[in-house]
Design a protein around this ligand. Structure first.
Ligand SMILES: Cc1cc2nc3c(=O)[nH]c(=O)nc-3n(C[C@H](O)[C@H](O)[C@H](O)COP(=O)(O)OP(=O)(O)OC[C@H]3O[C@@H](n4cnc5c(N)ncnc54)[C@H](O)[C@@H]3O)c2cc1C
Length: 316
């Protein structure tokens, strides 16, 4: 996210010092690891190691990590549950920050409002809302990301999207300053919130409507059935491409006759052409090669440019 000195060429000792320096800044409750395999943190199960991986234990520790990255000109990346992400096989040079500690994983209900930390699973917000007879966030039930990722991506499904239900978002800028923003103060578009390119979402308040639990349950069940009738169960990063204006990407890939095509352990799903799945043992380079094959064929045969919805980070 920040531009930085490249620490890729630095000897291991210096990288180790970076982890030690960070550890000296923050509380002992903050988790810090070196050379953390990112394949463990992406739903596609690919990705090389992050030089340093941090789970801040508190907002104060997060601010200290950001300040340290700024001072040292070290690049950082905010990771949710890695469900809209490909990390290249060479991994990430810099610091990956994940808000998955208990501090960022709380859900509180206050009347028709739900306050959820950035690290809370989207599904858990939908389930908690249902338990409390609150509707408006049912569409989150099958999206495998965190609330931080939902806000950054303005995630949506079944005709709903995250910012339809958001009342306010607690954010931290890269200098560590915290503020509370309302949706009109944020740049929100289809599957994106640009404000969160240079702010970190710490959590959000969702405003729901009271509704009988059985009605909410019925809707969530229907959504789940609809999703699993069209979506593969194998590891993936969800829809790989944005839908071009002319045709949904999945239909286009189907019409190009590419369903089932494979490179290494990566395959274009038979169930849904816009899903690239990991059959086991796929590398990021396999997935990236399949992406290029798809893009080239779409361009050559239909004159359509496919753009990835999934974010691609890291080094080859
Ligand atoms: C099987 C499957 C089904 C899916 N179905 C849907 C669907 O129906 N609808 C849909 O919209 N998406 C869907 N997705 C995509 C994905 O789940 C969503 O985009 C989700 O919101 C990403 O959340 P995440 O926590 O995994 O984010 P990540 O993939 O970890 O990160 C995505 C982006 O968000 C940023 N980010 C993460 N946390 C924060 C934070 N706290 N502050 C600022 N930026 C942050 C990251 O830096 C990155 O730029 C699906 C994915 C899969 C694998």
């Amino acid at each position: 996210m920040t531009l930085a000195a490249d620490i890729s060429e630095m000897p291991t000792q210096i990288k180790n010092n970076f982890a030690d320096e960070l550890a000296a800044r923050v509380s002992s409750a903050t988790l810090i690891r070196r050379d953390e395999p990112m394949a463990k943190h992406t739903t596609l199960r690919v990705g090389g190691p992050a030089d340093v991986y941090v789970e801040p234990a508190s907002e104060a520790d997060l601010a200290l990590v950001l300040q340290w990255c700024g001072e040292r000109c070290v690049k950082f990346f905010i990771l949710g549950r890695g469900s809209n992400l490909i990390v290249r096989d060479g991994g990430f040079r810099g610091v990956v920050i994940c808000l998955s500690s208990p501090e960022f994983s709380r859900i509180e209900i206050d009347g028709v409002r739900i306050r959820a930390g950035a690290g809370v699973k989207q599904k858990n917000v939908a389930v908690e809302a249902k338990r409390n007879g609150l509707s408006g966030v049912e569409f989150l039930e099958g999206i495998p990301g965190s609330i931080g990722g939902a806000l950054r991506m303005n995630a949506g499904a079944m005709g709903g999207e995250t910012f339809n239900a958001v009342e306010s978002v607690r954010v931290m800028d890269f200098a560590g300053n915290i503020s509370e923003l309302s949706p009109p103060e944020m740049l929100v578009t289809y599957r994106s919130c640009a404000t969160l390119k240079n702010h970190i979402a710490l959590g959000a308040v969702f405003q729901c409507k009271p509704e009988p639990r059985e009605e909410i349950e019925k809707r969530m069940k229907a959504y789940s059935e609809m999703r699993w009738s069209s979506q593969p169960a194998a590891p993936s990063a969800g829809c790989m491409f944005k839908n071009p204006p002319a045709i949904p990407a999945g239909k286009l890939i189907d019409e190009l006759g590419l369903k089932g095509a494979k490179v290494g352990g990566a395959r274009i799903s038979q169930e849904h052409g816009n899903f690239l799945v990991n059959d086991g043992g796929a590398m990021a380079k396999d997935v990236l090669e399949l992406i290029e094959i798809l893009r080239a064929k779409a361009r050559a045969e239909r004159g359509i440019d496919l753009h990835t919805e999934v974010e691609i980070v890291g080094e080859d």
